[in-house]
Design a protein around this ligand. Sequence first.
Ligand SMILES: *Cc1c(COP(=O)(O)O)cnc(C)c1O
Length: 476
Amino acid sequence: MTKLIFEKTKKGTSGINLTDEEINFDFINSKYINNSKETILPEISELEVMRHYKELSDKNFCIEKGFYPLGSCTMKYNPKVNEVLSALEGFCELHPLQEDEDSQGALKLMYKLQESLKTITGMDAVTLQPAAGAHGELCGMMIVKKYFETIGENRKNVIIPDSAHGTNPASAAMCGFNIVEIKSNEKGLVDIEALKSVLNENTAAIMLTNPNTLGLFEEDILEISKLVHEAGALLYYDGANMNAILGHTNPKLMGFDIVHMNLHKTFSTPHGGGGPGAGPVGVVESLKEYLPSPTIEYNGEKYIRNFDIKHSIGKMKAFYGNFSVLIRAYAYILMTGKELKDVSSNAVLNANYIMNKLKKYYFLPYDRKCMHEFVLSGEWQKEQGVNTLGIAKRLMDSNFHPPTVYFPLIVHEAIMIEPTESETKERLDEFIDTMIDIANEIKENPEEVLKHPLNTPVRKVDETLAARKPDLAYKL
Ligand SMILES: *Cc1c(COP(=O)(O)O)cnc(C)c1O
């Protein structure tokens, strides 16, 4: 069991050997120094500090360590050059309160990124402020709300398919909308008749993910957008996962009015630890005046922040959003260039390759060509005594991160696999072989499979207890 660094403390040990005279804190205003209480800090040597953190990082699973097919999360390779660029002194030492004249480089980068995202999505204007996908959704829903308030229409409903990511209904509900859920049809797509039956003068928007969370492309998207627009409502595109469509199509061509993207999924920012991320939002011309302020613009001479936005929903985030994520995304887009299209072609090819190899061994509820991801069901294995959770735990002992499990909710025992474009065929084959081996192990000896994981730092945890009664505070 790893000890906490506080438990490794040996009184009087120090990692540094500066004298009191060398530690000169005179530059800090004394009112900010709290002398009232002794600060409890670990006392430990420099070498032991390094060993402690190395040990912790070794326990972590990351994309550099192995295949990470976590569906809906796009765990692709994040080129290391992005890290170097985002750490450039000129970027990271720039103070956000600096005047526009002194921040031309940073503003130019943001402007150029906005332009790139406009091209990729087909939208007419983009804000970079939101800090995550869900935050982008919130921004989008606030725009929907303000738009209908401004044109004097009182529309209360937002339609969301049952396959949607959970953040969609949450974001719409936070803006005071009623959520109207529609069931998917037998193909896993939006049921047009179900849509027609709920679409009316109370509908403010529909939130759609395309390809949807089953990895399937909405074939009827043009009819859907026509129906929604005829009802006077707006179409919101959850573009968290753009990895299937880059350069092949875009939300504007499909008829969407508002879109958010997750730079930390599609555009190669590390996001295993829960942030920071960025969820830029793009809108069509008629919604431009609703974007959060300021927007970054170019006036023909210099790059400026524009605070003069007629119906702006206000600010979504302090300053400009998570700037260092924006640098990484822009670097990735520039470095990939025209090959962004190949990113999606390869992501889709890899997903279809695995799907077709595994569908004999695991139930595939929607047997159609998939996009960047697909969803299997662990139902056959469950009948033999091992559920999807058991399969996920077993995979960990073969050094694979488990796929996303039990999502989307419309597939029983869901196993959602997204390989991304950055994997080699050899790695995909290794994963396929392991999944087949596991299916065979379950047939032969399910009890043995249920014993896993055996080699992970933490074995099986009580998930209910962890969720219901999290006890995260360490008491000395
Ligand atoms: C990841 C994801 C989101 C939410 O993005 P966050 O950055 O985690 O807030 C929304 N929709 C879909 C489809 C996603 O995959």
